[in-house]
Design a protein around this ligand. Structure first.
Ligand SMILES: C[S@@+](CC[C@H](N)C(=O)[O-])C[C@H]1O[C@@H](n2cnc3c(N)ncnc32)[C@H](O)[C@@H]1O
Length: 472
């Protein structure tokens, strides 16, 4: 087999996992017992880091590790390789080769046009040759998806900007898509755990003498099902009903979005989902019909705007709603589907802090701010703006901006259970008391805010306001 080695003299060097591999780990695509092949691994940084995590990983690279035997693997990573290959035919052959080696999931990443800004080079074929003599093809998100789907004749799922998953097994793909919309039940399970800790702990983890009590309890209760109804009676219906509503909403959101990946037959869904669907909706057909209605509803501006107005969390302005990424599951299903459409286009945006829903137009923005938890007024670093009507994607980099927009009233963006919400709210009260919000038109950017603080003779110490000591 001849391999065209791209005009790429130095492989990327970094001291942590590459973004696609980190995402695949986070998404449960790479698991502890997975066998991974890193195809075009460069110097093998990802290989070494995965091995350190106890995950079996082979690395192949025509320059750095040409002698590795390429064996079929559960997960194959083709990380930032396509963009260094000049010849389009060889790009396609390389992609096909990796697909042939994939048992479960192929992870394909490419550099995006948004990363090309400021990079100089002579135009060459469909890319550029940089001043360092390396070829780079910069893709748009849609172009990369189309290239993968056209070459492999397989559906590609956006995992993140510039990163796609191609699944061998449709059930695994559906499992991933369903997990992605499932609300993080942390807050709900925490409430239940906190209130019924003793009872649940002795049911789940009986110790010593509890074990005999548990045996008695078990005998008394008869079966697991009646144990559950016992717990339900003991804890009251309302909370469990809320969990049930939440889970059926998760399913509807998932089914609405499953339209984009050609909706699978029910048999292709993970068994847990099949059971939930029958339990909540009676039949798959009825559930899909509801999912469709939800999906079509997102084109009804009045309904979207109504859901934005009624949102239980988020900061509302005249023309947008801003919500912290941790609170998305608190929103009405119609907004979750709208946001899900953004993710179908873009995947999950690493480091996004807020999602902005625009009123009156189908535009979603993923905004990355500095250290949201620790910086009292973090500055905007980047924005991915996805136009759902034209499928156009914009990236704006604010990291070098001299006077970037900053956030105020952080408590508004997060849900009630957010650990530092009260600290944020306390700071806002202090800032209001110091008159810092009197001229809202001036404080939206870092410089304007610094002037407002200086004019009041105060500064921040963490999430508190203190007077600036007068120097002698
Ligand atoms: C930008 S580096 C990426 C390295 C690594 N995957 C990462 O994410 O850090 C691109 C790598 O692709 C390799 N490469 C170039 N052409 C290739 C081909 N046809 N097949 C496999 N790998 C290739 C290069 O040798 C180079 O190490």
């Amino acid at each position: 087999m001849t391999v065209t080695i791209a005009r790429h003299k130095t492989a990327m060097s970094r001291n942590m996992l590459s973004r696609p591999v980190a995402r695949a780990l986070g998404d449960g695509i790479i698991e502890e017992d997975s066998r991974v092949l890193d195809y075009g691994c460069g110097r093998g940084g990802d290989v070494a880091r995965l091995e350190r995590l106890g995950i079996h990983c082979d690395g192949y690279d025509p320059v750095y590790r040409p002698s590795t035997i390429r064996t079929a693997s559960d997960v194959v990573n083709l990380g930032y390789v396509l963009n260094v290959i000049e010849d389009v035919g060889e790009r396609a052959r390389t992609l096909k080769r990796t697909w042939d080696l994939t048992i479960r999931c192929l992870v394909v990443s490419g550099r995006l046009e948004s990363e090309a800004k400021g990079l100089e080079g002579a135009s060459h074929r469909d890319g550029i040759v940089t001043t360092a003599g390396t070829f780079q093809k910069f893709f748009t998100q849609t172009e990369l998806r189309d290239f993968i789907e056209h070459t492999l004749q397989q559906h590609a799922t956006a995992a993140a900007p510039g990163v796609f998953y191609v699944f061998r097994d449709p059930t695994a793909e559906q499992g991933f898509l369903a997990r992605r919309v499932r609300r993080t039940s942390a807050s709900r399970s925490r409430i239940v755990l906190e209130q019924h800790e003793d009872l649940l702990v002795s049911l789940v983890l009986p110790r010593g003498d509890e074990r005999s009590q548990f045996a008695e309890l078990e005998a008394e209760l008869g079966s697991v099902r009646s144990a559950f109804s016992f717990v339900r009676r003991a804890t009251g219906d309302e909370r469990w009903d809320r969990i049930r509503v939440g889970r059926s909403e998760d399913l509807l959101v998932y089914l609405a979005l499953s339209r984009f990946a050609r909706r699978p037959a029910i048999g292709a869904l993970p068994p847990v989902l099949q059971n939930d669907i029958r339990d909540f909706f009676g039949s798959y057909k009825a559930a899909c019909a509801q999912g469709d209605r939800l999906l079509f509803a997102i084109s009804e501006t009045a309904r979207v705007n109504e859901a934005m107005r009624a949102a239980p969390v988020g900061k509302r302005t005249r023309d947008a709603l801003y919500v912290h990424t941790s609170a998305l599951a608190e929103l009405a299903p119609i907004l979750r589907v709208l946001e899900g459409c953004g993710r179908v286009l873009l995947g999950a945006v690493d480091d996004a802090t807020l999602v902005k829903f625009s009123a009156d137009r189908p535009v979603l923005s993923y905004l990355g701010y500095g250290d949201f938890d620790n910086d009292p007024h973090p500055a905007l670093k980047f924005a991915y703006v996805s136009h759902l009507d034209s499928l156009h994607l914009d990236y704006r980099d604010y990291s070098e901006h001299a006077n970037p927009p900053i956030l105020h009233r952080k408590e508004l963006f997060v849900a009630e259970g957010y650990p530092t919400r009260e600290r944020f709210a306390r700071l806002t009260r202090q800032e209001i008391a110091h008159g810092l919000y009197r001229d809202p038109t001036r404080i939206g950017t870092r410089n304007g805010w610094a002037e407002a603080l200086a004019s009041r003779g105060v500064q921040h110490r963490g999430h508190s306001i203190v007077r600036i000591a007068k120097s002698d």
